[in-house]
Design a binder for this molecule. Sequence first.
Ligand SMILES: *[C@@H]1O[C@H](CO)[C@@H](O)[C@H](O)[C@H]1NC(C)=O
Ligand SMILES: *[C@@H]1O[C@H](CO)[C@@H](O)[C@H](O)[C@H]1NC(C)=O
Length: 224
Amino acid sequence: MKAIQFLIGFALFALASSLASAYDPSPLQDICVAIIDHKDGVFVNGKFCKDPKLAKAEDFFLSGLDKPGNTENRLGFNVTNANVEQIPGLNTLGTSAVRIDYAPYGQNPPHTHPRATEILVVLEGTLYVGFVTSNQLNNTLIAKVLNKGDVFVFPIGLIHFQVNIGKTSAVAFAGFSSQFPGVITIADTVFGANPPINPDFLGKAFQLDPKIVKDLQDKFINGN
Ligand SMILES: *[C@@H]1O[C@H](CO)[C@@H](O)[C@H](O)[C@H]1NC(C)=O
Ligand SMILES: *[C@@H]1O[C@H](CO)[C@@H](O)[C@H](O)[C@H]1NC(C)=O
């Protein structure tokens, strides 16, 4: 029975993918609250769903986004997530949010969200933000300084960043077109891959001496 459900699920997934929609599949019902224990659930997409009759307000609720994350780290930023992991009621709904705190001169380094477009709103401070277009569009940097109340969009899949260029802390909130956008931090994935990517390959790709690559790998893998 489990195997059949899995196969049907897999076939539906393959069908959905072949329709060339890179976005979260649209919800197939009003609500589909995620549950941890699969045995009483019905699998739709994303996560297993709770019986809708058992849904409660808490399934759609999260508190604490008024509190700043701790930015005392190497890059001076902190992301507080409000996605399907924290709010099970987001399951299949194709949206989520984050709060981002930046220490003075802190940064959210170049990264990409494989499943979501992001729309960012600055609440406090001054951010220099940008994204880079794909190879086909000549890797053009599209960047701007944002102040309180400003909004900026990072298109799905494109590498983007935010830097606090002010002397004070900055705060932004962002919304995503996915219940679980995913994050690929470029430096961590390239130089922090486990096991490490051959330093000669990376040296050639990044026009770096393999010794420098090894040094970077040591920093990203071992935190030295
Ligand atoms: C972000 O802030 C939270 C809450 O203060 C903290 O638990 C967490 O370790 C911080 N993360 C990083 C990467 O500094
Ligand atoms: C990219 O560069 C090529 C060669 O210079 C040019 O022909 C093309 O118009 C550029 N495309 C864009 C989107 O800027």
